[in-house]
Ligand binder design. Structure first.
Ligand SMILES: *Cc1c(COP(=O)(O)O)cnc(C)c1O
Length: 372
């Protein structure tokens, strides 16, 4: 049997390859490598896509989080809350600005920050909590209506880590329409992916926009060698902005196809002893990945690999138990829901162009393993 990858990034090439290559050639011939019209146009078009007034392309999704935290004035002496089941970028950014990390466990059904646990934490904490970073995971948004209510009550800033949910929504509102800032990654495998590293920050607040724009480009606003503040170089490459503009025009259609693939999976897997993804009522899921929960996950994954089916675990080790955070003093049992699901979750192949036949083939193998 042919190998089936977790995702096939060449799937979109028939739609974008020629236009992209022509654009790259044009930019190279004109030596347009930094800034310029493509970056300005991307910022404008991405803001429009997100339904917010301001977007700024930047170097990657990790830097986007750092920029957001800095723009909100968060640093030494402040605590920032996020979830233990995210990619380490989320917590790296908190440490990067000198703030303290703490965690809120997740809602078991949706894998995102549990508002009830956030409220409980805020009622008892003695820490100087300044912000929360809910992570919109696997393509689905966190419970923003409830999280925003608590954030308002306790005067917390909200940064939405949207590296996995470009185009998702809840109650008809997308990331960036809830929190102070939403951050994006355009890592190649994300729903909107560059041909390298790239990211973005978006906001509805003009002051935050101006501040972030300066932070991204050495503290300058208009004049090339007037630096109003000390910023940094977090810029997006012109070539990446140009590629993202081309791909952005297809993003809604690709997200729609991801949902169709998910429907097919749901249909074919419903009688099996697995827990599939649950879509919140009143929400649009964009299925960055299709994550199921199975018993004996590691053995199951190994057997699928033998059959040529690639899978991935997002994430096998909760952040609070990572060697890098040993000094924070967490132990097993601190965040039981994340710990439990980390031993059960498995993401199976999904990309917009995956064929119905390939899905059927994967589901047959899953069924064969589960009924034996
Ligand atoms: C991919 C990802 C990031 C980091 O993005 P980079 O562009 O790779 O720096 C941050 N948070 C989450 C949840 C991610 O999935």
């Amino acid at each position: 049997m042919q190998k089936i990858p977790l995702m096939d990034l060449t799937g979109s090439f028939p739609q974008i390859y020629e236009e992209t290559m022509n654009k790259i050639e044009y930019l190279v011939k004109n030596t347009q490598f930094i800034g310029g019209d493509e970056v300005a146009a991307f910022d404008k078009e991405f803001a429009e896509f997100c339904g917010v007034p301001y977007a700024i392309g930047c170097s990657n999704g990790t830097d986007a989080l750092v920029i957001a935290l800095k723009a909100l004035g968060i640093g030494v002496g402040d605590t920032v809350l996020t979830v233990p089941n995210s990619f380490i970028a989320t917590t790296e950014a908190i440490s990067c600005v000198g703030a303290e990390i703490d965690f809120i466990d997740i809602e078991e059904q949706y894998y995102t920050m549990d508002p009830a646990l956030l409220r409980k934490y805020m009622l008892t904490t003695k820490k100087n909590v300044k912000a929360i970073i809910p992570v919109h995971l696997y393509g689905q948004m966190a419970n923003m209506p409830e999280l925003m209510e608590i954030a308002k009550e306790y005067n917390l800033k909200v940064i939405e880590d949207t590296a996995q949910a470009h185009g998702a929504s809840i109650e008809g509102k997308m990331p960036g329409q809830w929190g102070d800032i939403a951050t994006f990654s355009f890592y190649p495998g994300k729903n909107l992916g560059a041909f390298g590293d790239a990211g973005a920050v978006i906001t509805r607040n003009e002051d935050l926009y101006i501040h972030m724009k300066k932070l991204i480009n050495h503290g300058r606003w208009q004049a090339k060698y007037e630096h109003e503040i000390e910023g940094y170089n977090h810029r997006i490459d012109t070539i990446q902005a140009a590629i993202l503009r081309i791909k952005l025009r297809h993003l809604s259609e690709w997200n729609e196809r991801r949902r169709k693939v998910a429907d097919q999976y749901e249909d074919l897997l419903k009688s099996l002893d697995i827990i599939g993804p649950k879509v919140r009522s009143n929400a649009q899921h964009v299925f960055y990945v299709y994550t199921i929960r199975v018993k004996n996950r590691d053995e199951f994954q190994r057997k699928l690999k033998e059959k040529g089916i690639e899978t991935q675990i997002y994430y096998p080790i909760p952040l609070h138990l990572q060697p890098a955070y040993k000094s924070l003093g967490y132990k097993t049992g601190d965040f039981p829901i994340t710990e439990r699901i980390s031993g059960e979750i498995l993401s199976i192949p999904l990309w917009p162009e995956i064929s119905e036949m390939t899905i059927a083939c994967i589901c047959n193998e899953l069924r064969a393993l589960l009924v034996n």
